[in-house]
Design a protein around this ligand. Structure first.
Ligand SMILES: [Zn+2]
Length: 340
């Protein structure tokens, strides 16, 4: 386990170096594509939008929770989401909100455990959430534009749900010319402002490339659950190795529920021998300046204590297998630091 923890520190260091080295690339990308992109997604360790769309790190702002289940009525999410929207608008930018669900074409049991592998239900739920955003910010307002996107995890192909009920599976796109993609997506989203469409197309192109690289499919060990990290809090973009972590965001007022579900999945991974030697409980909080750093430390430590209690209460047999680690993450460098 000590080695696994060291491996995490090393993985974060590598990712942080990469994040720093992509600073100019990121600036350049944002100068060309200023639309703010917010992504709601499942905590499942197989889902990493920057990888599946070939986008530099730090362009998309992720919100994670089990199943990609969210409700804008959650007080913390309600405030945090609105702050992101207002910040983008103050900088003169529009906001594309990508609400996602995921499934596997090959085997329904490689789908979303958060929805008990019920793909229809996950689609219904996430579409309701998309409509909620639309309702709150105004139907067809043209500034905050939420769309529903599925991720088929065998090929990592995105499925775009259009305004008029049509869908488009990226793995079926043959012609990748700018012109063809623009026409296709314009008819899928007739009312989407040009600026947002311009900034959506690179993601589609990136996904076409990614699907081509994935080829006929991913190795089976990347497809099934094998996570051994229970990650709670914010700032986990560096943890994007497939199948390593179940990530629970801090937003659900009933946070005990997603933590319990995530712990249950890790327990079944341990029992089935898909991972061994216990698991790491990793709590994290993110900060951008010295004053916030002090508060971030308290958030991370609190989430760690809370998660430990929840695991002990629901799965007492996992207590001895739990190795806890509390960290804080500098948003400028993505470098993490342990806190005690
Ligand atoms: Zn899921």
């Amino acid at each position: 386990m000590e080695n696994k923890k060291k491996m995490l520190v090393e993985l974060n260091r590598k990712h942080s170096d990469m994040f720093m080295s992509q600073r100019l690339e990121r600036e350049l990308y944002l100068a060309k594509h200023p639309t703010k992109i917010l992504v709601f997604k499942c905590m499942d360790g197989r889902i990493h939008m920057p990888s599946v769309t070939h986008t530099p790190l730090g362009i998309m702002r992720p919100y994670r929770n089990i199943g990609g289940k969210f409700d804008l009525g959650w007080p913390l999410l309600n405030e945090s989401f609105d702050r992101s929207v207002m910040k983008a608008v103050a900088h003169g930018n529009r906001v594309l909100v990508i609400v996602t669900y995921h499934f596997s074409a090959g085997d329904e049991h490689r789908g979303c455990a958060g929805f008990k592998y019920d793909c229809a239900e996950s689609k219904r739920f996430t579409e309701n959430f998309r409509q909620q955003i639309s309702r709150v910010y105004g139907e067809g307002n043209g500034v905050v534009v939420p769309i529903l996107v599925g991720l088929e995890t065998d090929k990592d192909a995105l499925i775009f749900h259009g305004e008029n009920g049509d869908t488009l599976d990226v793995s079926t796109i043959k012609d990748v010319s700018e012109e063809h993609l623009r026409t296709t997506f314009r008819s899928l989203y007739p009312s989407m402002p040009d600026r947002i469409l311009n900034d959506l197309l690179p993601l589609v192109k990136g996904n076409v490339e990614h699907v081509a690289e994935t080829g006929s499919g991913k190795p089976v060990e990347d497809l099934v659950h094998g996570e051994w990290i229970l990650a709670v809090g914010k700032g986990f973009d560096w943890l994007h190795t497939p199948n390593m972590a179940m990530i629970v965001g801090p937003y659900d007022p009933n946070i005990g529920e997603p933590i319990t579900t995530a712990a249950g999945i890790i327990k079944s991974n341990l029992e089935a021998g898909r991972t061994s030697g216990g698991f790491v409980l990793l709590s994290s909080a993110i900060y951008s300046d010295a004053a916030e750093k002090v508060r971030a430390k308290e958030r991370s430590l609190y989430l760690n204590r809370l998660s430990q209690e929840i695991v002990r209460k629901n799965y007492p047999e996992m207590t001895d297998l739990m190795h806890s680690m509390a960290v804080i993450l500098d948003s400028e460098t993505m470098r993490m630091e342990s806190v005690e």
